[in-house]
Design a protein around this ligand. Sequence first.
Ligand SMILES: CC(C)(COP(=O)(O)OP(=O)(O)OC[C@H]1O[C@@H](n2cnc3c(N)ncnc32)[C@H](O)[C@@H]1OP(=O)(O)O)[C@@H](O)C(=O)NCCC(=O)NCCS
Length: 142
Amino acid sequence: MLIRQMREEDMEQVYSIESSSFSRPWSKDSFLSSLKSPNNLYLVAEEKGTILGYCGVWGIVGEGEITNVAVHRDFRKQGVGEAMLRELLRQAKEKEITAFTLEVRLSNQSAIHLYRKLGFAATAVRKNYYEAPTEDALIMWL
Ligand SMILES: CC(C)(COP(=O)(O)OP(=O)(O)OC[C@H]1O[C@@H](n2cnc3c(N)ncnc32)[C@H](O)[C@@H]1OP(=O)(O)O)[C@@H](O)C(=O)NCCC(=O)NCCS
């Protein structure tokens, strides 16, 4: 498995994972414009041309907001999410990002488990933050 920067050519596979993982997926254009900012960092995990998963962080004055994390259904629970996020955090720290935050659905136990394992702690609940279905968000910080 190779973890590398996301490129425009990855977009079809990234969007396919995104749209099968979330009820309100990001558009390809949202990914493409996010990729272009030098303050952001987007990585994919790839195996022989197949994108296994991706993650991204937006850097805003020393703080990193993790905006996207998803692993292809067929490759979950194999350590891909953890490996990608560890690399994302490592590279972001090199860019002087010292604190990280993210939001996650309260019911998303697999993601919350992974974020806790990486050292994130829950700090707040944002009521009815998500749609389809309506659900509270857990705010986590590292
Ligand atoms: C959340 C997600 C990214 C995890 O990716 P993954 O590659 O399956 O995770 P890993 O294999 O690296 O697992 C890391 C840890 O989480 C645990 N975990 C993963 N899926 C789990 C599940 N369904 N239930 C319980 N624990 C789970 C693993 O057991 C592992 O912990 P451990 O080492 O203590 O056993 C993946 O499930 C996914 O893409 N979900 C849909 C999209 C999503 O919800 N993204 C997050 C939005 S905030």
